[in-house]
Each structure stands twice: as C-alpha cells, then as structure tokens.
Design a protein around this ligand. Structure first.
Ligand SMILES: Cc1cc2nc3c(=O)[nH]c(=O)nc-3n(C[C@H](O)[C@H](O)[C@H](O)COP(=O)(O)OP(=O)(O)OC[C@H]3O[C@@H](n4cnc5c(N)ncnc54)[C@H](O)[C@@H]3O)c2cc1C
Length: 465
C-alpha cells in the first residue's frame, strides 16, 4: 500500500480531516488539483460561525452546535482571528414573527442555550443601528465570525508538520475499489490505499452513482454579496439575519471597517437592489461606498457522510451548505473515529498540536515591530500600504509549511492586496518577491490556477534590460 488513508480534495473538509488523522500512526496524503488548499473558500473574509438555530434539520443543527464549540477551541489554540459577535434573527411583520417564534421553540428543543426571544424595544437596545422597526427577534450569544482560510490553513499546516503529505496540482481522475482498499488514479500517479475519504463535490468521482445526494439536483438560489462602508459611529454590533415572507434572506455582518451584506434570492439581483434592501434595515450605510459586489450560488444541502461502503474502504462526504465551515471540525472528528474503527492505529507519541508562529506587523506594538526588524530587516519594508503588510510576512507566507505559490496564496495568507487599492500599488512587488523566493521567472508567476499568469510577456524594446 502507498498510503493508509488518501483524502481527495484539499478544501476545508480535507484539511480538517487531515488534521484530525495526523494525530495517529497513519500514512496519509491529501490530493488537491489546485496549487493551494481551500481555494473554494469564500473570498469575503467573514464567515459566520453559526449555532444551529436556523439549521434546516436536527442533524445539521447538531453538527453546527458541535462545530461552534470546536471552532472556538481551535481559534484559541492556533491564535486565529475569531471574533465573538452576537446574532439577531429579526422579524419585520406578523407572519415573520410567527415563523420566528417557531424557530425559537425548535432551537430550545434542539438544546441550544444562550438564546432569547426578545421584543422590539429590547432589539433596539441591543442594536441601536437598526433603521426599520422590528416585531421581535431572537438574540443568540453563541455566534461569531472567523477567517475561514486562516482556519483551513492552520489545520493543514499542523497536519503537514505531523507528517501528512499534501499533493498539489494533481487531479483525481478515477477511484477503483479492489479487494483490500482502492486504487486512485490522478493526473500524475496511481496510488493504492486502505481507505479513501472523498470530499470532492462533483458526482463523477463517486464509486457508485446511487451515492449521489439527490439534493445536488436541487434548483440553486443565488447569494448576492457586497462589502459596504459604514459611517463612523454607526457600525453594527451584531450579525443580523432576517427571512422575509417570500423567503428572501438578508444578512449583515459587521467587520472592523465595513459591513458585509448578503441577500439570498431566487436569482442574481443588481447591486442597487441589494444595497437598498440592506439600507432599509441598517443605519449609516453610505450611498456610493460599495467596495466589492459579486454573486455566487447559495447552498443549503444536508451534508451527508456516506460510510455505507466503509468495509470497501470508502467514505464520501456530499452536499454543500452555507454553514460548512462551522460544521467542518465536527465532521472531521466523526470521520476520524470511523477511520480508527476500521484501521489499526495508535496516537503518535511525537504529535505536536502547535502551529508555527505568524507575525502580523499591523497588529504589533512599535516595540514589538522594532524587535522583529532587528531580527529580520524585511519586516521593516512595507509592501502593502493599505493593510500594512511587510516583506517579512510575505516571505514567511512563501517559506512556511505549505507556503504560498501564487499571488492569491500570498493575499489569503497575509491580507496584502485586500485593502482599498486592491493591489494597485503592491501587486508587482508581490510578483517579484514570489519569483525571487521560488527561484522562478516573473513570467511564470500565476494568480491562482495554472495558466493564470500575471505578466504575459516582456515588451520587445525592454528585452535587453
Ligand atoms: C456563498 C457561500 C457563503 C458561505 N458562508 C459561510 C458562512 O458564513 N459560514 C460557514 O460556516 N460556511 C459558509 N460557507 C461554506 C464554506 O465556505 C464552503 O462551502 C466551504 O469552504 C467548502 O469547503 P469544502 O472543503 O467542502 O469544499 P471545497 O472547498 O469545494 O473542497 C473541495 C476541494 O476539492 C478540490 N478538487 C475538486 N476536484 C478535484 C479533483 N478532481 N482532484 C483533486 N482535487 C479536486 C477542489 O479544488 C477543492 O479544493 C459558505 C459557502 C458559500 C458558497
């Protein structure tokens, strides 16, 4: 056997499962078709850590509740940027209020603690920046926001440091079950392994078609995202969510300098429509100050961990859900238990549950910055002025375990190019640092995927320079 366990797909599921299994005496690899982990994860860096209140069924709710607790533990352990933020589920008319009452009763039955059904007066006290009067609301003190990529990367880095092999730029082509395990064929290799954990979302990587979650065929709604600036003193204190009579979901998530708005609708809506919906609900949204707007597919499938072929060494996770990040640590624990019931293994004696330090120049005091610069002068050279990201951080992002190989990889790891200029002043510097550190020509540096080169050629007249 080449491996005990092969994890197909290096998304957040793949990374979390690799982390859980790296604690045991197993030979593990993750196969990912892109140059980096978790490339599918949301580009707006403010994933909500849900609490199970609005989950569509009890199983999803339990996974959210368990994941919610585990994410807080992981954030503490790996120094991740988790911010506790209360969540207000709001009703603006009598019908919505009736629905909300039912949601509250269901949440209590699901054993969710720290939630309260509150009247409009209390809602206004808790969130003074609401514009429209509500009938009532549920206040949850369980929720928060986390940077999902940072979570995935922390888990992957610790898994890597504990011996998991991450195979990037390698696409799974087929899965074949044999007497004792599986043969996985990729664009580069053929591997034999005892167990396969398939996290690849598409159906054609299943060993049997009947494993496919029926909900894959469901009509997909659209999520319309935008990032808006708030007026100085009118920042939201809570995450807000309301579901209208016609099932349109509005979400507003406070970030340090902005509000992330999201409208889940049957279709894509215009930027103006989306903004108007949120503007009616929240005070202080500046009129022409949307810095990002995009639409994506909204998923609310039931996540299915299908282990009906576990005796053949195959587990498939299917379905996509808006709270996948929240559920992921709980799902990884379930998978880890199943694997341990099926393959003999023991806890590693030399396992290290620690992530190597990361220094974020912008979060340090001047004394700490000076100490860092004394050790490495690159920390004194600011590359991204908007977000105060230094050359030292970019070099570290490239050199550390599972280091960045692409511009997007540097952006996600360091926050460079995510400020108001969107990389206009630092993109070329980052391309040059990547080329220098990876010992490549600048022409070879890509944005994210193969063939997404940033610089496509030299101008003839400058060839000699
Ligand atoms: C609009 C939106 C908003 C969301 N908001 C939230 C939120 O607020 N809170 C929350 O908890 N969650 C949220 N989520 C969920 C979450 O961000 C994503 O769904 C999650 O990151 C997906 O992770 P994954 O590991 O399942 O899937 P993916 O990231 O899709 O992982 C699959 C991996 O497999 C790789 N792959 C595919 N094909 C192959 C192949 N043939 N060979 C090798 N590798 C392959 C892909 O490159 C990918 O890396 C949101 C999702 C969406 C879409």
């Amino acid at each position: 056997m080449d491996y005990d366990v092969l994890i197909l797909g290096g998304g957040i599921f793949g990374c979390a499962i690799a982390y859980e299994l790296s604690k045991y005496s197993l030979n593990i690899a993750v196969i990912e078709k892109e140059y980096d982990i978790a490339t599918d994860i949301e580009i707006i860096n403010s994933t909500i850590v849900f609490d199970g209140t609005i989950a569509k069924n009890d199983i999803m709710s339990t996974l959210e509740q368990r994941g919610n607790v585990l994410i807080k533990e992981l954030a503490e352990k790996f120094n991740l940027s988790y911010q506790p933020k209360d969540m207000l589920y709001l009703a603006y008319c009598d019908k919505e209020a009736q629905k909300l009452q039912k949601t509250y009763e269901d949440a209590v039955d699901r054993g969710i603690e720290n939630i309260e059904l509150i009247n409009s007066k209390k809602v206004a006290e808790v969130e003074p920046n609401l514009k429209k009067e509500v009938i009532n609301g549920i206040l949850s003190r369980n929720t928060g926001i986390i940077e999902p990529y940072d979570l995935a990367l922390a888990l992957a880095e610790v898994a890597f440091d504990n011996g998991v092999n991450f195979r990037f730029n390698e696409k799974v082509l087929s899965i074949e079950t044999i007497a004792k395990g599986s043969i996985i064929t990729t664009t580069k290799n053929k591997f034999k392994c005892k167990m396969v954990i398939n996290t690849i979302p598409q159906k054609n990587y299943d060993i049997e078609d009947n494993l496919i979650d029926e909900e894959y065929k469901a009509v997909r709604r659209k999520i319309n995202y935008f990032l808006m600036e708030n007026e100085g003193d009118k920042k939201l204190s809570n995450i807000m969510l309301s579901i209208s009579e016609n099932n349109q979901i509005s979400v507003a998530v406070p970030n340090p300098n902005s509000t992330v708005g999201a409208i889940i609708h049957d279709d894509i809506i215009s930027m103006r429509e989306a903004k108007d919906i949120i503007k009616k609900q929240v005070k202080g949204i500046r009129n022409n100050y949307i810095s990002a707007y995009y639409s994506d597919t909204y998923y609310s499938d039931t996540i299915i961990i299908n282990d009906s072929y576990v005796d053949k060494g195959y587990i498939k996770i299917s379905g996509k859900n808006y709270s996948e990040v929240t559920m992921t640590p709980a799902i990884a624990k379930i998978i880890s238990e199943t694997i341990r019931e099926n393959i003999k293994c023991t806890l590693k004696k030399d396992y290290t549950d620690k992530r190597r330090d990361i220094f974020k120049f912008r979060d340090l005091s001047n004394e700490e910055r000076q100490e860092l610069i004394d050790v490495d002068k690159k920390y004194g050279n600011i590359v991204c002025y908007c977000n105060k990201v230094s050359e030292g951080e970019i070099v570290d992002a490239i050199r550390r375990p599972l280091g960045a190989r692409t511009v997007e990889g540097v952006k996600r790891r360091t926050g460079a190019m995510q400020g108001s200029c969107k990389g206009a002043t630092c993109l070329h510097k980052i391309v040059n640092i990547l080329a220098r550190e990876l010992n490549r020509d600048v022409l070879e540096i890509v944005k994210d995927t193969k063939d997404s080169n940033i610089i496509v050629g030299r101008m003839k007249e400058f060839d000699g320079i």
